[in-house]
Ligand binder design. Structure first.
Ligand SMILES: [Zn+2]
Length: 142
């Protein structure tokens, strides 16, 4: 990690403070382009938007997928105040971003907050394979 990486991580941490000051969970992220300049910034707006998906990493991944061609997206780096959660990690992977640099790890964050409450949703399946495969067949593979 370079001094420039650390400078950009400090900016992501400042965005996390902005999120908290605006009444939201304290997380912030930014995206740099191929030349290392900041091309987008976001902070968490889960509470003010009433949107459980309004994590900054997810908002930036959606923005990149919408606004950047895949070759450009691959040259970007996301700097984020905390390691992306599972939802955001999936979106980052789908958006084709090139690199993620984070400050707090998930383990470090877990020590700074109460444990997550409520059981995880139970998943059941697979089922109805013959029926469910019909709309999928031929979409990805000829
Ligand atoms: Zn997230």
């Amino acid at each position: 990690m370079t001094p420039e990486d650390q400078r950009l991580l400090s900016r992501a941490i400042a965005l996390a403070a902005t999120a908290r000051e605006s009444g939201n969970p304290p997380f912030g992220s930014l995206l740099t382009g191929p030349d290392g300049s900041v091309i987008a910034e976001e902070h968490n707006t889960v509470l003010t938007d009433g949107d459980i998906t309004a994590h900054p990493e997810l908002k930036l991944a959606r923005w990149a997928a919408r606004e950047l061609d895949p070759a450009t997206a691959a040259t970007t780096t996301m700097y984020t105040s905390c390691q992306p959660c599972g939802m955001c990690a999936g979106a980052i992977e789908r958006s084709g971003l090139g690199r993620v640099v984070f400050a707090l790890s998930s383990e470090q964050l877990a020590k700074l907050k109460p444990p997550t409450v409520g059981p995880a949703a139970r998943q059941e399946g697979p089922a109805l394979f013959e029926e469910a495969r019909v709309p999928v067949e031929g979409y990805y593979l000829p």
